[in-house]
Design a protein around this ligand. Sequence first.
Ligand code: FAD
Ligand code: DLZ
Ligand code: SF4
Length: 513
Amino acid sequence: MAGTLRLILGDQLTRTLPVLTEANRQSDVILLAEVKEEATYVKHHKKKIILLFSAMRHFASTLRQDGFKVHYRKYDDYDNKGSLLAEVQAAKAAYHCHSVVVTEPGEYRLLDAMQRWAEQLDCPVTLLPDCRFLSTKQDFRYWAQDRKILRMEFFYREMRKKTGILMEQGGPIGGKWNFDSSNREPMPVTVQPPAPTRFEPDDITRQVIALVDETFADHFGESTQFHYAVTRQQALQVLNEFIAQRLPDFGQYQDAMRHNMPWLFHSHISFYINCGLLTPGEVIEQAETAYHTGEAPLNSVEGFIRQILGWREFVRGYYWHFMPELKHDNYFNARRALPDFFWHGYTNMNCLRQCITDTRQHAYAHHIQRLMVLGNFALLCELAPEAVQQWYLLVYADAYEWVELPNVAGMILYADGGKLASKPYISSGSYINKMSDYCKNCGYSVSKKTGDNACPFNYLYWRFIDVHQHVLRSNPRMALIYKSFERMGPDKIAALRDEATAFLTKISKNEEV
Ligand code: FAD
Ligand code: DLZ
Ligand code: SF4
């Protein structure tokens, strides 16, 4: 009996999606395909490919066990067609399917391509909305349409009201929407965070590791010591252990950084929510329950829920609202090429060395490493947005354009001219010194603004304030900074600018810094 071909993408591994719940197990065929086009449109980190291919293979096997007819295409199948469209075409012909159904993809480039599929395949192609989010693209458009400025905080409050999450008697639990002021503490050396949840690779994962080592040897990052969850059951274990062991301290140490310790009190679940092994709704529900049962304090639970119900939903709405222009925004006209050390990590600046090494090893760095070390540096050095976007998209195992691009173009580079952030996220070395122990192990001196071994973040910061004053001075949130700037006097400003210029020349030539 001819049926429908149902395509599941590598980041759609969710059993509750209608593409699966509406399937007829007798007549429909489920297609999952590992293809060159998706695996190489940027040279994804090896661990990202291992995670997705292994999770896809495990997901397909559970579907088969549950009676679905599954057509699975491995990357090294001799007749693998290399693209999703070609695999859909071949499967449609082989199973005599009369139509194709797929959940809307998370990236603009693929949605754009899929909109031509019906014509190319000469059959009806239905794109189902991705119902795993707690708000829709239309909700965001409606919320955004009459607003001059779009701030996550107001969107988040609407989401709290709409969903009733952390609400009581019409207001926020605890009397405040936001407990951020109790969430900015450095982590004392005596605090030892629990180890992250680890899984030994099984046969399927070992096969994928061998494939990736052979086929993607020139991709970024290391494949060794892969320990991530690749099934829903394992991802649930990661979530449960986070709630029990790390959520209580998540709030206060959310912004802290520590030498050789990337995992800290973070949840490490972005890999799994973004590929579908966990849903944001269930994650939020477990965190909220931990507050009601007294297992975790409100500052931690609210802080954690805000990241998912607030930031994650907000950036997704923002992405679809501003694409495709968002990709080309460049407010500061930044043009500098990415220094080579972004790839290998060899630099005397310990904070960057740490964050890049963590990223190379784990395809992971936590939020403040991505924002206030790597992102801060990219903005202060005016690295070209396109190069920075591509770097962030390929180095992290949780990266898909819908979530990466708003964080890069909007949050770290201010390339959108302030549509997402109320001011550029920039700081001198003192912020990094306050929130980490990186400076204690660095050849540069964080307390020096100029001269031998002065921390580059210091002079780069003041140069940026100087060079961009014509657009930043009028921002009320920059007023205090410009007061300090004026107190410096012209000689000091000139010295800072000269050192910064010399440093920028060095990184443009890829000299050692
Ligand atoms: P936790 O710190 O435990 O936070 C819990 C969850 O909140 C995360 O799993 C994630 O789902 C969500 N979250 C937190 N912050 C954000 C945010 N700013 N935007 C969206 N969701 C958020 N996150 C991605 O999932 N994919 C990306 O490609 C990505 N790129 C980023 C690029 C930059 C420049 C920056 C500054 C942030 C980026 N983030 C991205 C957001 C954040 O850094 C990661 O979600 C987080 O580090 C993942 O680790 P975790 O699961 O331990 O998060
Ligand atoms: C990221 C990724 C990779 C590396 N490989 C595949 C693949 O071979 N097959 C597939 O269906 N999906 C893959 N993905 C995820 C897609 O790139 C993702 O679905 C789109 O970017 C839309 O978010
Ligand atoms: Fe980074 Fe400067 Fe601290 Fe070195 S001294 S770790 S470069 S902030």
